[in-house]
Design a protein around this ligand. Structure first.
Ligand SMILES: NC(=O)c1ccc[n+]([C@@H]2O[C@H](COP(=O)([O-])OP(=O)(O)OC[C@H]3O[C@@H](n4cnc5c(N)ncnc54)[C@H](O)[C@@H]3O)[C@@H](O)[C@H]2O)c1
Ligand SMILES: CCCCC[C@H](O)/C=C/C=C\C=C\C=C\[C@@H](O)[C@@H](O)CCCC(=O)O
Length: 259
C-alpha cells in the first residue's frame, strides 16, 4: 500500500507514540485524523501540523475509545472529510494496575471496538476498498512483565486478537490486513507515570527498573521505525513486530497446539 493520498485514523495520537505515528504518516503523504480524549493537546498538535503540512491534511476529533458511539462518529466525520479510511492505528492505551478494569476497557476493548467499527468503511464485501489496521501492543504482549499482570494481559489480548482477526479477514475476503507493533520501553507520559500506578505488585518496581536498564528506553520516533512496513508491505498480515533500541524483529509463535 502506497501511503500518498491515503487516509489514516490514529487513536491516542495527541502525544507520545501515537503522535509520532501520525507525523510519520503525514511525512509519507497520507491524510490523518487524530482521535484523542485530550482536547487541548489534540488541538495544539493540529495547529502545529497544519503549519507543517498544510490545512487540509490533518483533522482532530475528540474521541474516547471507551465509547463505541464516539468512535463511530469520529470514523463517519473522517469519511465525510477525507472520503474514506484506508488505515486505522489502534494506539490509545494507558498503564494503570490500580484502575485495572479501565486498563482493559481502553487497551484491549478499545482496540477491538476500533477494528470492528472500521470494518464498515474498509470491507471489500460491503463496498469498501480494503485497508490495514495496526494495533500498538507491546513486548509485554509477547513476553510478560510481572509488575503489571493486567497490562500484560491486555497486550497479550491485542496480539492474539491481531493474529486471529488477520486470519479471519483473509478467510472471509474482507481485504483488511491487521498487524501488531510491539515496542519495548519508550519515553512517554505513560512510561513516566508507571511508578504511581503499579498497584498490587508495586513491590516489584525495583525488578522492573533493572529490566528498563537492561533493555534501554526508546524515543517515540525510534518506536515507529519499522511501523511503515506493517502498513505498506502487503505481505504483512497477522504479524507482531518487536522494536527495541538495538533491533527490530518479527515475533514467532508456536505452531498450533493441536498439530
Ligand atoms: N511508552 C511505552 O513504554 C510503551 C511501550 C510499548 C507500548 N506502548 C503502548 O503505546 C501506546 C501509546 O502509549 P504512549 O506511551 O504513547 O502513551 P502516552 O500516555 O504518551 O499517550 C497516550 C495517548 O492516548 C490518549 N488516550 C488515553 N486513553 C484514551 C482513551 N480512552 N481514548 C482516547 N485517547 C486516549 C492519551 O490522551 C494520550 O494522548 C499505548 O497503547 C501503550 O500501551 C507504550
Ligand atoms: C512497566 C511497564 C511500562 C511500559 C509498558 C510498555 O508496554 C513497555 C514494555 C517494555 C518491555 C517489556 C519487556 C518484557 C520482557 C519479558 O518478556 C521478559 O523478558 C522479562 C520478564 C521480567 C519480569 O517482569 O519478570
Amino acid at each position: 500500500m502506497a501511503l500518498n493520498g491515503k487516509t489514516a485514523v490514529v487513536t491516542g495520537a495527541a502525544m507520545g507514540i501515537g503522535r509520532s505515528i501520525a507525523e510519520l504518516l503525514l511525512q509519507n503523504g497520507a491524510k490523518v485524523a487524530i482521535l484523542d480524549m485530550n482536547e487541548a493537546a489534540g488541538q495544539s498538535l493540529v495547529e502545529t501540523l497544519n503549519k507543517e503540512h498544510g490545512p487540509d491534511r490533518v483533522l482532530f476529533l475528540l474521541c474516547n475509545v471507551e465509547s463505541g458511539e464516539e468512535i463511530k462518529a469520529a470514523f463517519q466525520k473522517t469519511v465525510e472529510t477525507f472520503g474514506g479510511i484506508d488505515i486505522l492505528v489502534n494506539n490509545a492505551g494507558i498503564f494503570n494496575e490500580i484502575m485495572w478494569e479501565k486498563t482493559i476497557g481502553i487497551n484491549l476493548a478499545g482496540c477491538i471496538r476500533g477494528a470492528y467499527l472500521v470494518i464498515e468503511h474498509m470491507n471489500k464485501l460491503t463496498g469498501g476498498r480494503g485497508g490495514v489496521i495496526v494495533n500498538v501492543a507491546s513486548i509485554a504482549g509477547i513476553g510478560l512483565l510481572s509488575c503489571c499482570p493486567v497490562y500484560t494481559a491486555t497486550k497479550h489480548g491485542v496480539v492474539g486478537f491481531t493474529r486471529a482477526f488477520a486470519a479471519a479477514s483473509v478467510a472471509s475476503g474482507y481485504g483488511i490486513r491487521m498487524n501488531a507493533l510491539c515496542p519495548g520501553f519508550a519515553q512517554t507520559d505513560l512510561f513516566s507515570s508507571v511508578q504511581s500506578r503499579l498497584g498490587q505488585f508495586s513491590n516489584l518496581a525495583g525488578a522492573n527498573q533493572e529490566l528498563i536498564e537492561k533493555l534501554g528506553v526508546l524515543t517515540s520516533a525510534e518506536v515507529v521505525q519499522g511501523f511503515l512496513e506493517l502498513v505498506t508491505d502487503e505481505t504483512k498480515n497477522g504479524q507482531a513486530l518487536i522494536v527495541l533500541p538495538k533491533e527490530k524483529k518479527y515475533a514467532t509463535f508456536p505452531v498450533s497446539p493441536t498439530d
